[in-house]
Design a protein around this ligand. Structure first.
Ligand code: SF4
Length: 106
């Protein structure tokens, strides 16, 4: 993760309960800003600057392992929005509204 020169601020950001996470990767594959990754077979926040804190990934988690917490974090990097592939973004967003169909794919 690159260092930011901006001061940490208190804001809403995703958190992962590793005890509940089964490492299915759905949250990683559905995060519009690619803020999550799998690390040691558990979801992990790759870069807190690109987590928008909306928690849309929560809808796709079959284990309720994701939640939003308020804590000190680096400010959201709004520049990430210019780097997002729009079609990829829409495809990922659509996953948030189909949690049941995602479960049925298993
Ligand atoms: S969707 Fe839930 S269970 Fe699957 S990797 Fe993400 S946090 Fe873990």
């Amino acid at each position: 993760m690159k260092k930011s020169t901006k001061m940490p601020m208190k804001r809403m950001i995703i958190a992962i309960n590793e005890d509940l996470c089964v490492g299915c990767g759905r949250c990683v594959n559905s995060c519009p800003t690619n803020a999550l990754e799998l690390r040691n077979e558990k979801a992990a926040l790759k870069d807190e600057r690109i987590c928008d804190g909306f928690g849309s990934c929560i809808a796709v988690c079959p284990e309720n392992a994701l939640y939003i917490e308020e804590r000190e974090a680096e400010p959201f990097d709004w520049d990430i929005l210019a780097k997002i592939d729009f079609e990829d973004f829409i495809e990922k967003l659509s996953l948030h509204y189909k949690p049941q169909s995602i479960k049925e794919e298993d």
